[in-house]
Design a protein around this ligand. Structure first.
Ligand code: GAR
Length: 203
């Protein structure tokens, strides 16, 4: 399975996917790393591992639809089967999402549907919940509203800060994301409307 990772920043989830793809018998290959930030650590990580990195400059396009159309062309040219958003800080147009229906997944640092959008870890702390976590979900037209594929739970401690909680969640993200991508590559993920069955027995 040919995977493209879209990332804007640090790229630690990209790194987890790179590491997993480099393991013997990995069922997927990272065929493109695409960023909207020229100097992103994500592109540097791709380069370090000999992966094709692409910078699409939003300033070169008159509107979101134009940017997304260039992105779609690049993804089609690379024969990508699965698009993984990993800290990609742009909202994708409905045309783009429709074009790659059920082939775009995202990782989010909360147990969705709780705390969608920005600063999910701060939202969880401010609300006072005792458990949060991370979610990988299919992307639909809403903000973090698509069908949930899998989640991992992280406890919140009384002395947690946004930083301490974020780093604890991030560790779980790095386990969850490669696991889901491998599951999809092995045909273990079945979508039935809003419900997703992840046949983990075979993973
Ligand atoms: C991750 O925590 C990811 O869950 C979050 O951005 C971070 C990217 O880190 N994504 C979102 O909040 C999306 N709504 P990374 O660049 O080190 O992978």
């Amino acid at each position: 399975m040919r995977v493209a990772v879209l990332a804007s920043g640090r790229g630690s989830n990209l790194q987890a996917l790179i590491d997993s793809s480099e393991m013997e018998g990995a069922p997927f290959k990272l065929s493109a790393v695409i960023s909207d930030k020229k100097d992103s650590l994500a592109l540097k990580r791709a380069c370090k591992h000999g992966l094709k990195g692409y910078f699409l400059n939003p300033k070169d396009y008159c509107c979101r639809e134009d940017f997304d159309s260039a992105l779609a062309q690049l993804i089609k040219r690379k024969n990508i089967d699965l698009i993984c958003l990993a800290g990609f800080m742009r909202i994708l147009s409905s045309e783009f999402i429709a074009c790659f229906s059920h082939s775009i997944i995202n990782i989010h640092p909360s147990l969705l549907p709780s705390f969608p959008g920005l600063e999910a870890q701060k939202q969880a702390l401010d609300y006072g919940v005792k458990y949060t976590g991370c979610t990988v979900h299919f992307v639909d037209e809403g903000v973090d509203t698509g069908p949930v594929i899998d989640q991992r739970v992280v406890p919140i401690y009384d002395n947690d800060t946004v930083e301490s909680l974020s780093s604890r969640i991030l560790k779980e993200e790095h386990v969850l994301y490669p696991r889901v991508v491998k599951g999809i590559a092995r045909g273990l993920v079945e979508i039935n409307g809003r419900k997703v069955i992840f046949h983990k027995g075979g993973s």
